[in-house]
Write a protein that binds this ligand. Structure first.
Ligand code: NOJ
Length: 529
């Protein structure tokens, strides 16, 4: 009898564990890409020039391997294959971006390219045909050059240009696209670009440009949001947010750096989240105060961070239906020592007079910029929930920077470890997370890193004019994750040395494993009763 009880007890515990490793029933899995990084066809069929086209064509040192996105993964022609890949993995959604100058070659709405319109119509229709929801980013860094020549994100008129662009997109695609992300990673567009001057538009103007851009971008996002609420929400009931880039920041030394870490999070995450998601609206109060003091100290007679009017605050506040964010990495923050100056590209912040250090235990893939710290994802979710409340969070990107490696166990570990932390955040910290997006569906042009850094779950052969796509082992792992709605898949699923998709799971491997062990245990128990 004692044996029977132990077997029954173990079965119950195992059943609980099996259940515990499952994501909520409505949880969605996706993968992402962005127009400039995958499409190619940089001047095909009347597409206008973007700031990335201009950067790579005019500055041969801009990109590490001297490459361009002129052809990239050639998704402009091979989009059907991309959809097939997404479908064979069983993705619930595919996040891609629309190239502004492909739709509006000059950036303005007086000239709409029919070829551009058709391209995204085809892609959206094909996805839907395969049961995959399109999640559309309106702006993933490829600004039409004409608008850049007029000042780009530093010109306040950009919010009107962006609103007109959004109006065109809604009128074309809102009947089928139910999830929109207005802007991808504002911190890169404003802070990294203008501070470092290395991302397009390649202009180094760290004094005012990042902060002007910050303000105008928030207004542009909000105008696009309000437009949808006014004209489309009642018809199509879609949802809109933006994809914030969140860097998890923790103190280097406790308790000394606790307050600095809070300020760091408000500076790097809050400037793009607080105006939308906080109860009081506007910039984070401490940042506003800090920036004013810092600017006065620097000899300015007002803050470098421009104030919002009350009307602007209201426009922006609440302009999102969920909180979308990309999580890649974490840092520890400490005060700068004498002679040290943070250069902004995640090694420090001159405004905060602080330096950022890699947390102990972090590992790396193909770039030192991304210190891999899976627990940072959970910490970030808890921080966001504590700061902005129990709202819906969607992981819009998370990805492993690897090499051209097909047996990519490191990527499998990366995905599993992050999903595990995500799962803990959902189950133990009660954070509401509706989905996870792996970056990227396929290898692509990794901005300054060119083709040297591979994020794809599918390998792309960039030496082959056909840009042949081949699933990596992680594609199989991810398919099993989706199939079983759990990060804990069978060994066969994650370790098989065979080519991915030699056997696509049909019915939840992880669940099946749990169930078969349970059945076996109950059979044993019955024998002893
Ligand atoms: C986030 C960006 O959105 C994406 O474009 C980029 O490729 C990944 N980070 C990896 O660096």
């Amino acid at each position: 009898m004692t044996l029977t009880y132990s077997v029954v007890l173990s079965s119950v515990l195992l059943a609980a564990r099996c259940h515990a490793q499952q994501f909520p029933a409505k949880f969605k899995f996706g993968a992402a890409s962005a127009a400039y990084q995958v499409e190619g066809g940089w001047n095909a069929d009347g597409k206008g020039e973007s700031i990335w086209d201009r950067l790579v064509h005019t500055n041969k040192d801009a990109i590490e391997d001297g490459s361009t996105g002129d052809i990239a993964a050639d998704s402009y022609h091979l989009w059907r294959e991309d959809v097939e890949m997404a479908s064979e993995m069983g993705l619930d959604f595919y996040r891609f971006s629309i190239s502004w100058p492909r739709i509006l070659p000059s950036g303005l709405s007086n000239n709409i390219s029919s070829a551009g319109v058709a391209y995204y119509n085809n892609l959206i229709d094909e996805l839907l045909l395969h049961g995959i929801q399109p999640v559309v980013t309106m702006y993933h860094w490829d600004l039409p050059v004409k608008l850049q020549d007029l000042g780009g994100w530093t010109n306040p008129l950009i919010s009107d240009w962006f609103e007109s662009y959004a109006a065109v997109l809604y009128s074309l695609y809102a009947d089928r696209v139910k999830t929109w992300l207005t802007i991808n990673e504002p911190i890169v567009i404003c802070d990294f670009s203008y501070n470092g001057g290395v991302y397009a538009p390649g202009i180094k103007e760290p004094e005012l440009a990042p902060y002007l851009c910050n303000k105008h971008l928030m207004i542009a996002h909000a105008k696009a949001y309000r437009l949808y609420q006014r004209d489309y929400k009642h018809k199509y009931d879609g949802r809109i947010s933006l994809a914030n880039n969140v860097l998890w920041i923790e103190p280097f030394e406790v308790p000394r750096d606790i307050e600095l870490a809070e300020l760091g999070l408000e500076h790097m995450v809050g400037r793009y989240a607080h105006p939308i998601f906080s109860k009081e609206g506007g910039w984070p109060k401490r940042i506003e105060k800090h920036m004013l003091e810092y600017s006065l100290k620097q000899g300015y007679n007002s803050s470098r961070l421009p104030a919002f009017t009350e009307e602007e605050k209201k426009l922006i506040q609440g302009s999102a239906d969920f909180f979308g964010f990309n999580y890649y990495t974490a840092r520890q923050i400490r005060p700068a020592r004498e002679g040290e100056h943070g250069t902004w590209f995640i090694d420090g912040s001159p405004e905060l007079d602080a330096m950022l250090e890699v947390p102990p235990g972090a590992t790396f893939g193909a770039t030192e910029l991304i210190a891999i710290v899976p627990r940072g994802l959970r910490e970030m979710l808890v921080y966001l929930k504590n700061t902005y409340g129990d709202i819906e969070y969607l992981i819009t990107e998370n990805g492993y920077p690897g090499w051209k490696d097909m047996e990519d166990h490191a990527r499998i570990d990366f995905i599993r470890d992050h999903l595990e932390q995500l799962h803990i955040a959902i189950e133990e910290d009660n954070v509401t997370v509706s989905g996870y997006t792996y970056w990227s569906l396929l290898d692509n042009f990794e901005w300054l890193g060119g083709y040297g850094i591979r994020f794809g779950i599918y390998d792309v052969d960039f030496d082959d004019p056909k840009r042949t796509r081949t699933p990596r082992l992680s594609a199989k792992y991810y398919a099993c994750v989706i199939d079983g709605n759990s990060y804990n898949v069978s060994l066969e699923c994650s370790n098989s040395p065979t080519t991915a998709f030699s056997r696509i799971p049909t019915n939840g491997d992880s669940v099946r494993n749990c169930v078969s062990i349970l059945v076996w245990m109950f059979t044993v128990a019955l024998r002893f009763i």
